[in-house]
Ligand binder design. Structure first.
Ligand code: ADP
Ligand code: MG
Length: 297
């Protein structure tokens, strides 16, 4: 397990930024930490990188406990902060050399991360002369210097233009083949473009944790229907494409269909054929986008 978060709560003054958050991240995996602004993403990432401590709960990164083994955690994690502080007047190699010293890695590794992040054509410049996309590459190169197993990237693609966006996404995907990447974003499409799994956070609480493959094959819809009388689940499962049925209340049923074609008319016909009355009939799409909207609205 690369990251294991157990019941973390963080309170700033009177505000609860995280409320009993738990999740796990395996290796190698690219996990998107998705949530609207103010959801608690950066707070979680600062805790995992030992910059701030949790009010309650604990976490392990690469088997090291954040509160008692901060040094080991820092050794095994690379961090790209949200507002990556960069010394603009420094040259790229100078900037990287600074952290290379901190982590006691040699000059050869600096050249390696420059090559790895595609910085070569701009590596002779000052950071102030670089585009936002190339600055992000410097931030990534910096995070990779000590060859950590886990990368924590706080909104790595925010503020990039469309071309830079594609380049940085590809770079992160390449890195994610070997390392665990935990990245935050408030944009659902970023998750679909890069991630194997998504953990959705809203108002300091985890509201979903799902593999993207599940969500994709889950081209699903849920029809919520209320009849005037009890119906056997097995009976409802005879509807075309019906996958599962949940009796949520009295005569209310949630039927999951493995199709995006609107199934309400089938349910209506079913009711008619079986002399049932429909008291309510609603449909919801189970796509990632609508899920994100539902969960965070
Ligand atoms: P996100 O990264 O998802 O946008 P943050 O983790 O930055 O969210 O913030 C979560 C909540 O905690 C927000 O309401 C924010 O205003 C608050 N917060 C973050 N940092 C501090 C701080 N140092 N002091 C007080 N409140 C903070
Ligand atoms: Mg943030």
């Amino acid at each position: 397990m690369s990251i294991k978060v157990e019941n973390i709560t963080k309170v700033y003054g009177s505000q609860k930024a995280l409320n009993k958050v738990s999740f796990e991240v395996e290796k190698p995996e690219i996990v998107g930490f998705l949530g609207p602004n103010g959801a608690g993403k950066s707070t979680m990432m600062k805790i995992l990188t030992t910059f701030i401590s949790p009010t309650e709960g604990t976490a392990e990164v690469n088997g090291h406990t954040i509160t008692t083994e901060a040094k080991q955690v820092q050794q095994s994690v690379g961090y790209l902060p949200e507002h990556n502080p960069m010394y603009l007047e420094l040259y790229v190699r100078e900037y990287l050399a600074f952290n290379a010293d901190v982590y006691k890695v040699g000059k050869a590794r600096i050249e390696e991360v420059i090559a790895l992040t595609g910085l070569m054509p701009e590596a002779h410049k000052r950071i102030s002369q670089l585009s936002k996309g190339y600055r992000q590459r410097v931030g990534l190169a910096n995070a990779l210097l000590h060859n950590p197993d886990v990368l924590i990237l706080d909104e790595p693609t925010t503020g990039l233009d469309p071309n830079q966006l594609v380049d940085i996404r590809n770079l992160i995907k390449t890195i994610g083949k070997e390392k665990t990447v935990f990245l935050s974003t408030h944009i659902m499409q970023e998750v679909e473009a890069m991630c194997d799994r998504v953990i959705i956070i809203n108002k300091g609480e985890i509201v979903a944790n799902k593999k993207l493959s599940e969500l994709r094959e889950g081209q699903e819809q849920i029809v919520i229907v209320e009849f005037d009388y009890r119906v056997e689940d097995a009976f409802l499962l005879k509807l075309p494409n019906a996958k599962s049925v949940k009796n949520t209340f009295d005569f209310i049923y949630e039927i999951t269909f493995s199709t995006t074609t609107d199934m309400r008319s089938h349910v209506f016909d079913f009711a008619h054929d079986n002399e049932l009355k429909i008291l309510q009939l609603n449909q919801k799409n189970a796509s990632l986008e609508s899920m994100f909207r539902d969960l965070t609205s």
